[in-house]
Design a protein around this ligand. Sequence first.
Ligand code: DGL
Length: 259
Amino acid sequence: MDNRNRPIGFFDSGVGGLSVLKYALQELPNEDFLFYGDCANVPYGEKTAEEVRDLTISCCDLLYKKGAKALLIACNTATSAAIYAMREKYQMPVISMEPAIKPAILSEKPGKVLVMATPGTLSSQRYARLVQKVGHEQRLISVPCGGLADLLEQGEFNSEEIKSYIRKKVEPYRGQEISGIVIGCTHYSFISDQIQKIAKELLYGACDIYDGMYGTVRHLKNLLFEYNLDKRTPGGNVELFASGEPRHLEIMKKILKYN
Ligand code: DGL
């Protein structure tokens, strides 16, 4: 098969990466996608880096065996733990995600930046290096959101439980001037509007949202062109895979339709 016509593999610990896939479907309408959610093992954000790396590699092996021409790790936590190993292992473009702190820091607006991500991402060496590279560490406030990915995994994004979770996380910064909020986990992209709404109620400042998925999908698009891997025939297809119980696949299908 012409390499251009092979699918792009997307991976996440669970349903979060579907937020990235939905945007990729708009940007790359001709491409075929394979999406694997490791729903049996989610959340990754509270596991050790070694556990996350091993799980990520075994799931991505499956996408590789299914003929993926490129891999997008639609998970900040898996990126922090496994990206070097993945790039060594696979002879294909491997695109990663990281919290979008750079654009948040570069914004001219006054105030601090809240970085909402999993405990695993925020405590990783990779994140520490990113902070060092971007600079202005004193403007960044880490907000580890343990347990939030688990709540979102059910595919219900508007529940009272989720609203009160966000409120509890934002409350400690009540009255502070916040220029931006970094959505550092792909699960949270589904609730970025709610996060911003609650933040604007409790905080002061622009509370602009910064989500790494847009830059990541643009990067994927550029790499496909660069490696002559962009599909040129019309039409596109998505195949979903989930580890664990069959209900996970049903939730994923529902989310893919959700706007
Ligand atoms: N969606 C993942 C991320 O972007 C992690 C969620 C989890 O498994 O804890 O970090």
